[in-house]
Ligand binder design. Structure first.
Ligand code: PEP
Ligand code: MG
Length: 895
């Protein structure tokens, strides 16, 4: 049944008056905002009535050269007519005008990325009607000039600076500094100049017809789905382009109708810490955008919040106790109803409360954990729901160092702790520069008066963000939390000279390029680089990870080849090592000499002595790693890179190496030339080295078995040893290497008169290996999918050069995600599926794992769960992310 009993429409869903066509489960169709407005309306909450044009209309718009479905115009007309009836005002009526807001609203929120138009329906006639209705001519004219400015910017594409200049001229003329000092006559003059400027710029007057205004705004909102910042945001958050946005048309309520009006935002729990207490900010006599724009620093919602921040200005609880009481009741109801922390926007118009939005609030990882664990403890959600709710990627925020509490702190200034974590970098004052330096690999802290959606690139490139203005819900704060960047906002004492590229506070000046540190958990800006400490993985984190471990099936290992990495891996809960890249053990300055000597040797006999030295190193490293892993599996991959990677290349390097090692410079140079390959990634590398120089692999197998025997002899638990051959393509290759491996292992065990178990397997990182996995499985006891190379060889895209052109592919939506980051399920995934199937057909108990970068990517892990791999292996810092993603993948398969 449609909201008012009228026939259900195809593209438009109405809400208001205690009813709604849609509900909260319809986010795909109505967008998050539209679905929740419908839900709140149906709950009987005070929601200004309106309607939502569906995301399907947006999809249609883009699929049909930016044109609308034929019936849309009629449906919008009907919906407007119903809205007029419900509100008792008419669109375009000179005496009793209905005004609307037109806002975007995708499935997931994309704060500030798309367009909004407020006060729509105002024109030279209706502005008088609004003046009469509100009894406030100044307010009506102020609203009209805001509308002209916003509409001209968003819909007509005119530069907003033009309007700011006009306004400044008027203020100069009247010798005032604040907008609030302008009276109705002054605004009348400003409006006249605005309209004149629009006419001059566009060659046509500012549109007076409300219907033309409405369609202009609808068009602009749909078009803003494809603006650059929205595209960038989608890429960053993996939001598919195909989703489209909905458009919400809603009757206006005014928070700027005097001192009994206000607008604000609230979180039902603290989005930064997760503390279970109403949290938020509001502004008296203001419109919604004023709060998020960070232009005025808002006041606290609650008395406790005000006291905590040491603020003087009255909280909403104190200034408007009655409406605050009603508001508290509504937000409690919303949290109970949605069973999650809500992020709420509201307006008070002359003492009457209106709810403008509710959604699950964005939160820091720390807050997310606390909220999930506490809600499970409160019995609101189950433990499994708690596990399912945490974004695995967000855990990254918790796994990085924070400022050492004992380190000396030289405080430059203090602001609001807007997004936790610490970061050190060079101060920069411009988003473009932040992006340039960030891409060049420099750590930067972006320092701005305030941020706007245009700064998104710079914020992304920066390690941390500082703003002089704006509260905890300002653009900077919200976006930084979403990105997991530390942020200190509202540093009122900061004097920023963006042109001069300096900021100063407390008598000290910091210039662009000076190193500063910010602590987003305390709100401090500190001089220089400050000592950091490793994170504590206890409390809510440990509790939730424990719940995750109970439900996951996939084992999680780490890629590690140093003692430090192995220890980190274990601390983060790795259940073994899935990839020891043995070549990394030789890149060390002192060790590489032995490798070079081996490469320079003329024959096998010459390779003997350096190989013996390499054996020592390899064995002692493995003894240490086996010890740390304490009986867990360790997969050791034999030498993989082309040998030229070990040699110096430039003349200076060659000479320096020759001098340091006593090796012959001419010979070194010649050998580097001999080993140079046109296409080294497809050249003499991987197990091909083992085939052409068996003595190298023989040395490595000996080192592995000797190390395992040594560890067992010391009384420590025997390691589960897995010897892995890289870049296998053929069954015969695998058979040759298997025989080599077994022969050496047997020999070593016979020498020592003791046994140790080991298995031998293949890295599947070539399409042929995947297709002919049955051949490999005859001699390989396990497969580990090297999806870095498998992606490279499947696409024929060099993993080292892809960054140069993948950007263009992403811009053109040919790739939604970088296939080197998130597994290409359709192609590379299909090869994995085939390999798993064909491998199992020959060897049913074959052990299967993945050790490419994808092993730490949640979407790829979900695929690994689906294919039934035994484990994923990723970098040590990603281990908790993989544990959680594996748990979520297992839960998803249960439902
Ligand atoms: C791989 O190719 O996925 C892999 C793990 O090996 P590497 O990155 O060392 O080539
Ligand atoms: Mg590889």
């Amino acid at each position: 049944m449609a909201a008012d009993g009228a026939a259900r429409m195809n593209w438009v869903y109405a809400f208001g008056g205690g009813q709604a066509d849609g509900n909260a489960s319809m986010k795909d169709l109505l967008g998050g905002k539209g679905a929740n407005l419908a839900e709140m309306s149906a709950l009987g909450l005070p929601v200004p009535p309106g309607f939502t044009i569906t995301t399907e209309a947006c999809t249609h718009f883009y699929a049909n050269e930016r044109s609308y479905p034929p019936s849309l115009a009629e449906e919008v007309t009907q919906a407007m007519a119903r809205l007029e009836q419900l509100i008792g005002k008419r669109f375009g009526d000179a005496d009793n005008p209905l005004l609307v807001s037109v806002r975007s609203g995708a499935r997931t929120s994309m704060p500030g990325m798309m367009d909004t138009v407020l006060n729509l329906g105002l024109n030279d006639r209706t502005v008088d009607g609004l003046a009469k209705l509100s009894g406030d001519r100044r307010f009506a004219l102020d609203s009209y000039r805001r509308f002209i400015q916003m509409y001209s910017n968003v819909v007509l594409g005119l530069d907003h600076h033009m309007f700011e200049e006009i306004l400044d001229d008027h203020k100069d003329r009247l010798a005032v500094t604040l907008d609030t000092a302008l009276d109705a006559d002054a605004w009348t003059a400003v409006v006249a100049d605005y309209k004149q400027a629009v006419e001059t710029e566009r060659g046509a007057p500012f549109p007076q017809d409300p219907h033309e205004q409405l369609w202009g705004a609808i068009d602009a909102v749909f078009s803003s789905w494809m603006n650059e910042r929205a595209k960038f945001y989608r890429r960053m958050h993996d939001i598919p382009e195909a989703w489209g946005t909905a458009v919400n048309v809603q009757s206006m309520v005014f928070g700027n109708m005097g001192e009994t009006s206000a607008t604000g935002v609230a979180f039902t729990r603290n989005p930064s810490t997760g503390e279970a207490r109403l949290y938020g900010e509001f502004l008296v006599n203001a419109q919604g955008e004023d709060v998020v724009a960070g232009i005025r620093t808002p006041q606290a919602l609650t008395k406790a919040g005000r006291e905590e921040m040491g603020e003087k200005a009255a909280s909403m609880e104190e200034a408007m106790p009655e409406v605050f009481g009603q508001f508290r009741g509504v937000v409690e109801q919303l949290e109970r109803h949605y069973r999650d922390m809500q992020d709420i926007e509201f307006t008070v118009e002359q003492g009457a409360l209106y709810m403008l939005q509710t959604r699950s609030g964005k939160r820091t990882a720390k807050a997310a954990l606390k909220i999930a664990v506490e809600m499970a403890a409160e019995g609101v959600i189950s433990q499994n729901e708690a596990v399912a709710r945490i974004d695995p990627a967000s855990l990254d925020q918790l796994l990085h160092p924070t400022i050492d509490p004992d380190a000396p702190r030289e405080i430059i200034a203090t602001g609001l702790p807007a997004s936790p974590g610490a970061a050190t970098g060079k101060a920069v004052f411009d988003s473009g520069e932040a992006e340039r330096l960030g891409q060049a690999g420099e750590a930067v802290i972006l320092v701005r008066e305030e941020t706007s959606p245009e700064d998104i690139h710079g914020m992304h490139a920066a390690r941390g963000i500082v703003t002089a203005r704006g509260g905890m819900t300002s653009h900077a704060a919200v976006v930084a939390r979403g990105m997991g960047r530390p942020c200190v906002s509202g540093v009122g004492e900061l004097l920023i000279d963006a042109k001069g590229r300096t900021f100063s506070a407390r008598g000290r000046t910091i210039r662009a390029g000076d190193i500063i540190t910010i602590d987003g958990s305390s709100g401090e800006i500190l001089a220089g680089a400050v000592q950091m400490v490793e994170p504590e993985l206890t409390g809510d984190f440990a509790t939730l990870m424990g719940w995750a471990d109970q439900v996951r099936r996939l084992r999680v290992r780490a890629n590690a080849e140093t003692a430090l990495a192995a220890r980190t891996a274990r601390r983060f809960g790795a259940e073994g090592i899935g990839l020891v890249r043995t070549e990394h053990m030789f890149f060390d300055a002192e060790r590489i000499a032995a490798v070079r000597e081996m490469i320079l040797a003329d024959d096998e006999a010459g390779r003997g002595p350096p190989l013996a030295r390499m054996l020592e190193m390899q064995r002692s490293d493995l003894v240490e790693i086996f010890g740390i892993m304490h009986g867990l599996p360790v997969t050791i991959r034999l030498l993989d890179p082309p040998l030229h990677e070990f040699l110096p290349h430039s003349r200076e390097d060659v000479e320096a190496v020759a001098k340091a090692t006593g090796l012959d410079a001419g010979k070194l140079m010649q050998r580097a030339r001999d080993l140079a390959e046109t296409n080294p990634m497809l050249g003499h590398r991987g197990c091909r080295l083992g085939v052409s120089y068996p003595e190298i692999y023989e040395m490595q197998v000996r080192a592995i078995i000797e190390a395992a025997l040594a560890v067992t002899a010391s009384g420590a638990p025997a390691p589960i040893v897995e010897i892995m051959h890289p870049l296998i393509a053929k069954g015969e290759e695998m058979r040759f290497l298997r025989i080599l491996t077994d022969r050496v292992a047997r020999h070593v065990m016979e020498e020592q008169g003791r046994e140790v178990a080991y298995s031998v397997g293949a890295m599947v990182e070539l399409p042929r290996a995947a297709l002919c996995a049955g051949e490999l499985a005859e001699t390989a006891e396990f497969f580990s999918f090297g999806t870095n190379d498998l992606t490279q060889t499947t696409f024929g895209i060099s993993r080292d050069d892809s960054a140069r052109f993948l950007g263009a592919y992403m811009d053109k939506a040919i790739f939604e995600k970088d296939p080197f980051v998130s597994l290409d399920i359709d192609g590379v995934g299909e090869l994995i599926r085939i390999a798993a199937e064909r491998g199992r057909a020959v060897r049913p108990d074959i052990k299967l794992g993945i050790c490419g970068e994808h092993g730490g990517d949640p979407a790829s892990i979900a695929f690994c769960e689906e294919v039934g791999l035994d484990y994923v292996s990723c970098s040590p810092y990603r281990t908790p992310i993989a544990r959680l993603a594996a748990a979520q993948a297992a839960l998803a398969r249960r439902t």
